[in-house]
Design a protein around this ligand. Structure first.
Ligand code: FAD
Length: 262
């Protein structure tokens, strides 16, 4: 089966900095990693390839530095990697991003399965996978914690707050995966060296001749960010730990009386 995995390069930090003028992420000077959920999606793809044969293609939309992320994907089992990169794509919101990715996927050919992570750890919207399915007119299965394929059927365990839903569909589908689906493998020194030499194809806007220029970049993005801010850190709570439980309870009552709460 031919599988495509969407991989996003994300900043390796929990403290995202935002440009106050454009309200977009400042990436300069921040080390980057492969979005952790996308590593799970890639591992799922490589395991399916090992079980059923076929190919694994990875794509990423981003600046040229995202080639590094794609090489990392090759070092852990992807056969081919394509970067979608053009300054015309800058400022794209989730609608435009998913539209550009879907247009690129159509150009690359037919895939039995398109895998995404459940969300990116920087943007965090979890919209791009489902939106790619919409743009391509494909069925979508989300939050997969287990994927089984038998011929043309795919069965997933869909993770929910209460447990799992078992969902079946006919291929081809778009499927997003959660962390618990697997433990991504590590590259070996040999596979890293081979991946370093791999050729990463780059597709620009001009290569995607079908693309509608009014649907890409900041101008083609229906989202407008009005304000962004880092929420204030919560003050740590007070710990009461006296010699005995009774003393702790008395101390607690004392504090509550002091604060005029009782
Ligand atoms: P999610 O929807 O949470 O990602 C889910 C999954 O989709 C991922 O696990 C991955 O499998 C796949 N995926 C997501 N993004 C990509 C990708 N790029 N390539 C391949 N697969 C992917 N971001 C910029 O980097 N530069 C900008 O200039 C920029 N301008 C923006 C302007 C506006 C007005 C807005 C609203 C956002 C902008 N962003 C920009 C953020 C950008 O739109 C999102 O990062 C992007 O759409 C992905 O959304 P997300 O991070 O929420 O991903």
């Amino acid at each position: 089966m031919d599988i495509l995995v969407c991989v996003k390069q994300v900043p390796d930090t929990a403290e995202i900095k935002i440009d106050p003028v454009t309200n977009t992420l400042i990436r300069a000077g921040v080390p980057s990693i492969v979005n952790p959920f996308d590593k799970n999606a890639l591992e799922a793809a490589v395991q399916l390839k090992e079980a059923h044969g076929g190919t694994v293609t990875v794509i990423s939309m981003g600046p040229l530095q995202a080639k590094e992320a794609l090489k990392e994907c090759i070092s852990v089992g992807a056969d081919k990697a394509v970067l979608i990169s053009d300054s015309l794509f800058g400022g794209s919101d989730t609608f435009a991003t998913s539209y550009i990715l879907a247009t690129a996927i159509k150009k690359l050919g037919k895939f039995d399965l398109i895998l995404c992570g459940k969300q990116a750890i920087d943007g965090d919207t979890a919209q791009v996978g489902p939106a790619i399915a919409e743009h391509l007119g494909m069925a979508q299965l989300t939050y997969a914690a287990k994927i089984q394929v038998d011929g043309n059927r795919i069965v997933i365990n869909r993770e929910t707050d209460e447990g799992y839903e078992v969902i079946e569909a006919n291929l081809s589908v778009v499927c997003t995966v959660v962390k618990s689906i697997n433990q991504p493998r590590f590259a070996t020194i040999k596979s890293k060296m081979a991946a370093n030499k791999a050729k990463i194809d780059v597709l620009t806007a001009a290569d995607l001749s079908d693309i509608d220029p009014t649907k890409i970049g900041l101008k083609g993005s229906p989202t407008r960010v009005k304000k962004t801010f880092v929420p204030p850190k919560r003050e740590p709570g007070m710990r009461i730990k006296e010699e005995t439980g009774k003393d702790s309870a008395l101390k607690l009552v004392e504090k509550l009386v002091e604060a005029k709460l009782i």
